[in-house]
Design a protein around this ligand. Sequence first.
Ligand SMILES: C[S@@+](CC[C@H](N)C(=O)[O-])C[C@H]1O[C@@H](n2cnc3c(N)ncnc32)[C@H](O)[C@@H]1O
Length: 264
Amino acid sequence: MNVSSWLRESPIQRLDSELIIAHILGKERSFLHAHPEYEFSETELAQIRAATERRASGEPLAYILGYKEFYGRIFKVTKDTLIPRPETEALIIEAISLRPKSVLDVGTGSGCIAVTLSKELPSVSISAVDISKEALAVAKENAQKHHVQIAFMQSDLLSNLHKEQKYDLIIANLPYVDKNWTWLGAELSFEPESALFAEDGGLELIKKIILQAPSHLNPHGHLLLEADQIQHQTIIDFAQKSGYFESVKKADEKSALALVLQLR
Ligand SMILES: C[S@@+](CC[C@H](N)C(=O)[O-])C[C@H]1O[C@@H](n2cnc3c(N)ncnc32)[C@H](O)[C@@H]1O
């Protein structure tokens, strides 16, 4: 079987097929266009078949390839980490515009936010926590791969931080999906539940961090959250009622899921 006949017969989208083949052959996609006559070895064909079956059954491509691109860089992902989403890049843009000198990324997962901020803001001190030690192991690998120093710690939200640990910015893309939302896609079932879902309409962890963050923010520090737009008003009301936060920047079109709260 050669490249062009496989691509003709493959049951999955052509781009996915090309990415799978290129990954298995250890080549660029351009190699496939330049060499449509390339004959797969038996081992290659078996690997391509197995990966194609996984994709055809709905598994996200990122888990099959073992990586995902985020803000122009490649991040390792495993079944223990959420797959970084393009919409989360809005948090990076917001974070950069706040000009922090120290940042804590809560629920770091693959480390995509912490590593990206380290690369984009090299003079800023970056720390990151996650409740999952498996996710933290992946985040550490990504930090090494991108040659950045990040202080990682396992913690349930901010509970393991010393009280003197304070930051200009706490950034948190925590689980905020409500299991009852009817529009959820089937691909989500491949990702860790603990990275996606939260009780209380998806707001349990977000409400907790709104109450915990003030003790770990410097004066006028910011809490930058990702949440679904349908949750934003409830979060704003909760943050204002807490008495800790004085200004709130709502999402605009470019940063549809980002919410910025400023400490009073
Ligand atoms: C939505 S994922 C975000 C991952 C990554 N920051 C990103 O943007 O792709 C949420 C992450 O929060 C972590 N998490 C869930 N509950 C947590 C908790 N109570 N404390 C700290 N991290 C938590 C999960 O393990 C997961 O890695």
